[in-house]
Design a protein around this ligand. Structure first.
Ligand code: MOS
Length: 730
């Protein structure tokens, strides 16, 4: 029997294809007769298009067509913003899609696009987040109720509870809007054949992408097939279909040729989504022993007038993280004339944890209490307000194991107490939390006569490791070696899958695969006992056991490959969806973690260097510690970007001044310290039979706070406005 690869640090099955360049991404596709699209985008922040002179572009070399609101493509609603591209002359924000040029080559399309002259009636955009805060509104969408108040008996308001608290800290926190900047820019190759549409496009959700494109082009969803085997990063921005994909597909229909459109880096900033800018006000009231009496957390998030997604900061963090007698969380949105805001890795938790976990550090300082001890003092064992326990929660162990691995005991509570040469050395910590999600997922398991198996679901691997995890889970359930399991994903025609987001893929795939494998074995057993050519013919099905790729009964056994070959079946297959409904309602479901960070700040220049980070994660069973560590490290890297580098610079006219990778700073190798990632690996079998939760996003949550807290410990400077740049420490 093949030893199960479950829990082993297996190398990526797609790794060789990735590093040798044989993994074909969307933009690597070149169907016959393919031509190239180049998008036109608005260069004013708001107004209407008076005219577009496309004559020069149309007569430029190689140009097949130019589509604009005046020469439109037929499109309906269905893509990632609440308006339909090219159907009106309204400019909603700077960088909005207003047309597409189609030409024989990429260069011809790009050069012709530069010849289009657009005149606007310009009106000033509401592009300033700060200016919009006074008129912020309570959102109607979102996953979390915008306002939650849980007050002790006899308490009439959170402010009353704060006023009655012996120790109070409060502060305002802020951070700019941010962009995902996946290495692979959004790309679409739209190829019409046989009355249907094949779309090659890097997406986190092949089936959802196909549905959105079908809706926008008024097609039957069965007519659209999305292929997305490799995705060069997504981080939430490839969970949604944006205007580029539907305009490209419509242009391909109009010109009767396959069309490829690859966004330029600046276009990815405005044609696709970004994370809200967030301002937060937080106040904590506590007794002298550290017991929380009141937690008040309000946030204001930017929301694009073109979209519906915003950072839900307190609702995803303060709402559930600590036990407190009195709790208020409030969320407002500032609606702006900016590109569509969308999901970005840990949407809500990323910003909410920055404010909450810095405020907890401020409270620890005010109380002269150790930050870990303060968190343990207020450890929640039931979800506030609902009073249900977590299915599995080992956050206390994360704190203790993390503190021990990191050497937290060496931390000095007084800022600037430790120096090495010209460098102040500081330590900080913070909590990580992310919900355990599970979406409807179907998996097909197919046993083939050649002794191999295929496991298939319309998921995506955006660098997450799903190719590998799918093969591991299949090998585990079928008891065969991984190299006999062929994973299939990245195709909307495969069994239904919501897509790879919400850190939910493995938690959905594992139980569905388990049921599909069992059902396939039942079909196999049926053949084994009923077919005269089978060595198990006539056996009692109840006495037939499947083990290590073979059926066994009464001292006889046959591998599934041999059985299928002998009985003339090319394959046997089953599809399952991991049982009805979601996890039980009498529990709360989250993953947890703790970050411990050491920084060095130069006492003369305020140069800030991260020296090391230890992160301990409680996310249930870890299927592959290598790909899971990659996920957590990637999340931590996002946190480093949040803390020290990232932020869009939005000009008054709505133009993003740093919409490129030279000016929009993200961490590079030299900015990244040694990362010590440790998993607790407690199976969460209440959540699903495989015991897995998810690791895609939790690594991000709390990193910025741990860094900011370490900076305070090093320097005595409390920076509440991100990113923490040198000038804020001088
Ligand atoms: Mo993630 S922001 O749920 O793709």
């Amino acid at each position: 029997m093949a030893d199960s690869p479950l829990g082993r640090p297996v190398n990526r099955v797609d790794g060789r294809r990735k590093v040798t360049g044989t993994a074909a991404y969307a933009a690597d596709q070149h169907p016959d007769r393919m031509v190239h699209g180049h998008l036109l985008v608005s260069d004013v922040g708001h107004g209407t298009i008076r005219s577009m002179d496309t004559a020069a572009a149309r007569s430029a070399p190689g140009v097949l067509a130019v589509f604009t609101p005046f020469e439109p493509l037929a499109l309906a609603a269905g893509a990632g913003q609440n308006w339909v591209p090219l159907q009106d002359t309204l400019v909603r924000y700077h960088g909005q899609v207003i047309g597409i040029v189609v030409a024989d080559t990429f260069e011809q399309a790009r050069d012709a696009a530069a010849l289009v002259r657009t005149d606007y009636d310009e009106t000033p955009p509401a592009a300033s987040f700060a200016a919009g805060i006074p008129t912020a509104t309570v959102p109607t969408g979102g996953w979390e109720p915008p306002v939650v108040d849980i007050l002790a008996d006899g308490v009439t308001s959170i402010d009353e509870a704060l006023a009655a608290s012996p120790v109070v800290v409060s502060g305002n926190y802020s951070q700019p809007s941010k962009h995902h900047n996946a290495m692979e820019p959004h790309a679409t190759v739209a190829d019409w054949r046989d009355g249907g549409l094949v779309v090659h496009g890097g997406t986190q959700a092949p089936a959802g992408h196909a549905r959105s494109i079908a809706a926008a082009l008024r097609l039957d969803p069965a007519q659209v097939r999305v292929l997305s085997p490799y995705v060069g990063g997504g981080f939430g921005n490839k969970a949604t279909t944006w205007a580029d994909a539907v305009v490209t597909a419509a242009a391909a229909r109009a010109v009767g040729r396959p069309v490829k459109t690859v966004l330029t880096r600046p276009q990815t900033f405005t044609v696709t989504g970004h994370r809200s800018a967030v301002a937060q006000a937080i106040a904590l009231g506590a007794d002298h022993d550290g017991t929380l009496i009141a937690l008040k957390h309000d946030a204001w998030s930017s929301l694009s007038g073109s979209g519906s997604v915003f950072e839900s900061a307190p609702g995803t963090t303060s709402r559930m993280l600590y036990r407190t007698a009195n709790l208020h969380v409030g969320q407002k949105v500032v609606t702006l004339d900016v590109p569509p805001s969308t999901f970005m890795r840990a949407p809500g938790e990323e910003s909410g944890s920055f404010a909450l976990e810095c405020a907890m550090d401020e409270l620890a300082t005010a109380l002269r209490m150790d930050p870990v001890a303060l968190r343990l003092k207020n450890y929640a064992t039931v979800l506030p307000g609902r009073n249900v326990p977590w299915s599995s929660k080992h956050l206390d162990e994360c704190y203790r194991v993390g503190a021990s691995r990191f050497g937290w005991a060496r931390r000095r509570a007084t800022p600037s107490a430790v120096a090495e040469g010209d460098w102040w050395v500081g330590m900080g910590m913070a909590t990580a939390v992310y919900p355990a999600n599970r979406f409807p997922t179907s998996v097909r398991v197919r046993l083939l006569a050649d002794g191999t198996a295929a496991v298939s679901t319309a998921s995506a691997d955006l660098g997450t490791g799903m190719w590998t995890v799918l093969a591991q889970l299949g090998a585990d359930r079928l008891g065969i070696a991984m190299d006999r399991v062929r994973p299939e994903l990245g195709d909307s025609a495969l069994p239904a899958n919501f897509g790879a987001f919400g850190s939910a893929s493995t938690a959905g795939v594992a139980p569905a695969l388990r049921d599909a494998a069992a059902a396939a074995v039942r079909s196999l057993t049926e053949i084994a006992v009923s077919d005269e050519r089978s060595v198990l013919h006539g056996a009692d099905p109840a006495g037939v056991e499947y083990r290590a790729g073979a059926l066994h009964a009464g001292g006889r056994s046959v591998t599934f490959g041999a059985l299928l070959t002998a009985t003339g079946h090319p394959a046997v297959e089953a599809t399952a969806s991991g049982g009805p409904g979601g996890p039980p309602a009498e529990y709360a479901f989250h993953s947890f973690g703790a970050h411990f960070c050491e920084v060095r700040v130069n006492r003369w220049t305020a140069e800030l260097r991260l020296s090391r980070i230890t992160t301990v994660v409680d996310a249930g069973t870890i299927v592959n510690p290598k790909t899971a560590r990659n996920q957590i490290e990637g999340g931590m890297l996002f946190g480093v970007g949040q803390a020290l580098f990232e932020g869009a610079q939005v000009e008054p006219n709505g133009r993003i001044a740093n919409a490129n990778l030279a000016d929009y700073l993200i961490p590079v190798n030299a900015d990244v310290p040694p990362m010590d990632v440790h998993f607790l690996d407690h199976p969460d079998t209440v959540f699903n039979p495989a015991g897995v939760r998810g690791v895609g996003e939790i690594g991000t949550v709390g990193v910025a706070a741990a860094i900011a807290n370490a900076v305070f410990n090093a320097t005595g400077r409390r920076v509440r406005d991100l990113p923490i740049t040198v000038e804020k420490l001088l």
